[in-house]
Design a protein around this ligand. Sequence first.
Ligand code: CO
Length: 221
Amino acid sequence: MSPNKKSNIGDTSHITYESLLEGNETFIKNALDMDPDFFNKLSVQNPPVLWIGCADSRVPANQITNTNPGEIFVHRNIANMVIHTDMNMLSVLDYAVNVLQVKHVIVTGHYGCGGVLAAMSNKEFGLIDNWLRHIKDVYRMHAKQLDAISDETERANRLVELNVIENVYNLCKTSIVQNAWKNGQDLSVHGWVYSLATGKISDMKVSTSNNDKLDNVFKFK
Ligand code: CO
């Protein structure tokens, strides 16, 4: 990243349809400078990780983990949700686990998540309210703990963490992860939270590669 580019951070006024295509030319040049065989080597993908993150433009999976194309399979939606009727998420998960045979699935939330803040409020936002409803369920499950936090930002931060943790459990409960574990597949799930203020990722320490943390009713045997 050039110092010039750095000074543009946060200012999107220079971004145009055309500038994106110019940016693509720069990307190609940089990629070939890094490795003349860059595109040949990526003719097939073999990522060891599936990332389920927020759609927020400030939380790009590759950049914040310093990884290259080909290294992380990515699914993003508002507030990094794992909802068991979401065919989009399930299709990505199925492909990642059963075809790509990823070793890790990481649910990554972020402090200051607009989706979580909206879900905490009592305002109506339209169609998205039906999506945010799932975050309100997380609040309900942990209402005692959350209501005890008087500072609103701290309470929102904790809900971001709990939302990641609950979505890691949601992930474990999918037929895809249950079948992988039943078949002895090497698959771990993890929960992370990214700080917009510092760029730092915190591990929520809910990593697991088996059913030990799940209620019995969810386990495929
Ligand atoms: Co967000």
